[in-house]
Design a protein around this ligand. Sequence first.
Ligand code: IMP
Length: 417
Amino acid sequence: MNKAVIGLQWGDEGKGKIVDFLSEDFDLVVRYQGGNNAGHTVIVDNNTYKLNLIPSGVIRGKDCYLGQGVVLDLEHFSKEFNQIRKKVLNPKVFLSSNISLILDYHKQLDKINESILNNNKKIGTTSKGIGPAYQDKVGRKSIKLYDLKSKNIIEEKIYAIKRFYDPILKKFNESEINVEQTTEDLISFYDLVKDLIVDNSFVKKVYRNKKILFEGAQGALLDLDHGSYPFVTSSNTVSSNIIIGSALQVDYQTIGIFKAYATRVGNGPFPSELFDDIGDYIAEKGVEFGTVTKRKRRCGWLDLVSLKYSCEINRVTELCMTKADVLNNLSEVKICKSYNSKKYEDINFSESEILDSLSLENSDFEVFSSWGNITKLSKFENLPDNLKKFTSYIENYLNIPIKIISLGPERNQTIIR
Ligand code: IMP
């Protein structure tokens, strides 16, 4: 059966490591949304791989595909692909010709968008141009990978884009769009990647009876429609976007992945956020610093109210829990079980103002004793009783089994049940 690994929180749940781990049993690993705003570090046999766009299945030599729902910064992709080529023999990576490109002016617009908002209204984006690139896709202005075959088409499209955006760029003292330079850059990037470009029907045909693993980027609570708008990313991160974003009409089961606590980077509501020493401790011990922006992540207790919502909107059938080892020296560990006695059915998660009115003081917690060092365990039966109580509580609350537990960054620090 095809599978999808979807983040159930605000991203950074450890999808990269789990996709690397699971990909052994799959033929193709697919990204279907987002861009180089995502990022993971995967450690295998003391080798560290930093990936933003290419699915981590590439490390095992699996075929990888970036579908039409991805927005692609070609400069970034070319660097990442070159890095991977130094470490992996003949990496097989395909790009859908229908991918929309991120250009420099998207990054300028991302900066402008943030600069005009008051401090507490800033989204805190990764500044990679993601929002403006999706805006152009919806606005039918995008330059697509398939356009790069023709210098005339590139020039014609950029001229139109220039007419539209130059007045804004000028107003905010940003450099105007240089048609010649942009065209030249795109043509040289095209030379680097043209052998990787395929159309959607190619992937459909070649992988018809093969096993496919879908790698979500960001997390369900950052979904454009389901997340706390406007503090979201600009794509649909949930599993139902897989078919649109990959153009592969296949069935799949969804593995929902979550950390034993919660983190968020960027602004927006976070009802179980910790503002004390414990929050700092978790950030430090869990190395909770953004892979893309290096920002310190906000940390808090595991929040089952939002997790239940995420499981529902992604139709999750099994769970994977990561980073319980980060909590092992705390005297007690908490789980948020309701917001002021409100269950997830009573909350509108897509309206940030409603979520904002909820906070730690108004949340109800279940308290657990911690579990000591677990990083070397390899069987579920051997987990300490306190950790088993923690996992049982989560499973009962969500009514979904936890099938994978990750206890450290290495492949072999993974328990399957
Ligand atoms: P954008 O995706 O750069 O537009 O940023 C929108 C919001 O999503 C900001 O709060 C970012 O910090 C957050 N975000 C985007 N990508 C990721 C990710 O991969 N992990 C965690 N947060 C992310």
